[in-house]
Structures are given as structure tokens and as C-alpha cells.
Design a protein around this ligand. Sequence first.
Ligand SMILES: C[S@@+](CC[C@H](N)C(=O)[O-])C[C@H]1O[C@@H](n2cnc3c(N)ncnc32)[C@H](O)[C@@H]1O
Length: 460
Amino acid sequence: MNFYFGASNTLDRLDAKKGSIKGLIGSLPEKDRKRTAALVIETLKFKPALLEVIAAAELMKEKKLTSVNLALVLVHDLLLGKGIQAGDGPLKQAVLRHKTRLNGELQKLKAKRGLRSTAELGQSPDVRAAQIPRYVRVNTSMWSVSAALEYLASCGYSMRDRVSSDPKAFARDEHIPNLLLFPPQTAFHDDPAYKAGKLILQDKASCFPAVVLAPPAQPLARVIDATAAPGNKTTHLSALMGNTGKLFAFERDRKRFGTLSMMVSRAGCTNVDPVNADFLTVDPQDAKYADVTHILLDPSCSGSGIVNRLDYLLESEEDNQEEENERLEKLAAFQLLMIRHAMKFPKMTKIVYSTCSIHAIENERVVVAALACEEARKGQFVLAGRDEVLPAWHRRGMPEEMESADSVVRCKPGEDATNGFFVSCFVRQSNKRKADGEIPRQQKKRKRKKPNAVVASSST
Ligand SMILES: C[S@@+](CC[C@H](N)C(=O)[O-])C[C@H]1O[C@@H](n2cnc3c(N)ncnc32)[C@H](O)[C@@H]1O
């Protein structure tokens, strides 16, 4: 139980404004720090929802419970974690007596808010501040946009110029064709068209890579999605290909591969060939992939652009900083390796590299390193210009990191009504539409700031 008292004490001190989350967690005894930090952060994420549940279940009438914060951490683990991790003492027994009622109130709260998953109850204030609309992509592999609009009208929705707080109004996105915007709280989980795979819930920024790749829509098209699960970008690519040609979708994780296969089948993507394998083990000379011309690389990254996280609060904590830098450097090395591997395919003409990270080390610096690598030189890969990479999107790369920052796209969480995101596009110079013929300036040697040495390694 001491662990719960430690976490509840940290929450008490936070409430009393006796320090920041970072500072208070940093002052915990080192042996408990990681575990307590995780519980405190998770509890804070769910605090408003847990408070409602505790109040509705009248848990605080229980005499053994001396503080609301103690109740919060215990109920967190009981309902959202792996159960209360303590021996069978009277305090644990007191909370367990209310388990059925607490659980019932949790389900009622989810139903009241129109949520399908408990995780959605944990949206941080950041998410609300960012006011990210509910983005819904019409899956054109299954029906047309006009059919979808008719369907939505039959459900009582009406299309407007822009999304508003009117729960029955929606708008079309100005950058991504077939993407619709609804008010943030709009629930689609029980919608028949969503359940049938005809509507796909996908953040706007996550739609950028497939649109930039613009895969060919013809029977002989050969495309790879190298890191595919859960499959949002795969189903988007498939739709852009007109569900024709062949899209090889690689996923190395077995469980995530199951999700990918389910998503692809639900979305009616008949041109997708899901492959449960590590993309790095694929031989670029293998006849099966010899004709691949386009590839999407959306590899594992830090996920630091995802808005629904509180753990970023800990990232700048001094003693974690070194560990974090090491982790980012490893990720960057892996990301670079993936791009270099993609450049080895003999007929590759276009490579889109994206991340949901906000860190330059995983974004601009990986791109600069990729442009300077042997495979880029041999294959004459250069960066596609702004005209091929969402020219109308306002936010571009960091100019202090690369000279062609205008050629890449960034999304800033909290400002662009999306998650944080990065997209870049490599093309073979011989295939480049524009007759500029120049070696891009970022291939010149530049002084780098630390920590940014992106060195290829095989780990993630
Ligand atoms: C960021 S997620 C991809 C998200 C996906 N593009 C989407 O939009 O739904 C990265 C995925 O790549 C997988 N992955 C990482 N390294 C891989 C590799 N070398 N080969 C195949 N899959 C890999 C991870 O297991 C993870 O599922």
C-alpha cells in the first residue's frame, strides 16, 4: 500500500501547488520513481472521469478512505489498471466492496459521453485545448463521396463551409480530398457506415503521407507500405490506387499484423497483400518486388507529436534527458536505415518518409542524413520540391535544420488542429518532374548541433 500512499501524497502536493509534476516526481525516492510517476500521470489523465465515477458511486462515504487522491489512485488501478497491487489489507477490501458499483458508473459515464473505449475518457486538457475536429475519411474503395454525403444527410447531418459546435454540422477538409470534419465529440463508433469500413476515423496529418506519395492507380502499379499496422495509411493508399495494382503491406509485429489484416479486410482493400515480415529483411532484388516504384515509410518513432499524452511533462527532466536522447538517437538510426533500404529497390522512384514526432532528430536530421548516404548518391535520390509536397500547407520544416526546409511538411500540435507530424518525399532525380537538375543544397556538408548524429544501426 505504501506505493499508493506515495502516489496520493504526490497528488496532494500538486493540488497544494508545492511543485510541478516534474519537480515532485523528481523528488521521489529513486527506487519507486518510475512506477509512481506512471501511476500519477495516468491518474491525472483520467482524473476528471475518475472523480465523476467516485462521486457517483459514493465511494468517499467509506470511512477507511482518508483522501480523495488516495481513492483516485486506487480506483485508477482497480478500473483501468491491473487491479490494486497490494496485499489484502482493510483499505483494499474497502475499495473492492464498491467494485461493481464503480464499474457500473464507469460504463454509464462512457455511454453518456458516447465513447466506445475507456481510453477516450483519458483525453488530456491538451486535446481539448487543441480542439482537434473528428476527422472522418470516406473510404472510396467502398463507396463514392457523393454516396457518403447522401448517407450523412439521411442521418441528419448537413454540410457547412466550416466545422462548428453544431453537433449535426460537418465540413470538407480544404487540403485532403475525401476527408470530412465533424465537431470533436462526434461519436462514430456505433455508426453502421463506420462499422462496415466505409468511413475511417483518421487524423488529418496522418492522411498527408498517402496523398504526397500519390501512388499510381493502374493494374500494373506496384507499391509498398513498409510499416503498415494498424493500417490507416494502407487503406488510404489502397483507395488512392483505385483498389487496383498491388500494395504490399509489411508489418513485423505479429499482433499488430492481425489488426492490419482485419483493417484491410474490413475496408474492402482487395489490392493489398499483407506480409508479416520485417521490411529490412526483404531483398530489394527479389523478383516479387522488382517492379515496386512507390513506397511509404512511416516507421516506429517517439510518438511525441501525439497530443493525448502527459508523459511529455517528464521528458525534459534532467536525469531523464540523457536516456531520452539515447532513445531518440536509436530511433533516428533505425529510421535512416529504413530509408536507405527503400532506396535500394531497383525501380523505386518515390519514397515518402513520415513520423508523428516533433523532434528534429527524427525528422529533418534523418532526411539530411538520408540525402547524404551512399544509396541516395547511387540512386540519385533528391528531395521533391514543395510543389509535390502539399504546396498549400502552410507549416514547413525547420529552416535551422535544413536548407530545403520548404520541401518538407510539419504539423504543430495545438496550432494546426492535428497531431504533431512530419512528412518528406524523396524522388529519383531522373524522374523528377521539374527540370531543375540541381543537387539539393542540403547535400553539402554542414556543421551539426548535438545530439544529432544519425548513424545507421539495426535497432529500433
Ligand atoms: C508508426 S506505426 C505505422 C502506422 C501505420 N502507418 C498507420 O498509419 O496505421 C509503425 C509500425 O511499423 C512496424 N515496424 C517497425 N519496424 C518495422 C520493420 N522493420 N518492418 C516492418 N514493420 C515494422 C511497427 O511494428 C508498427 O506497427
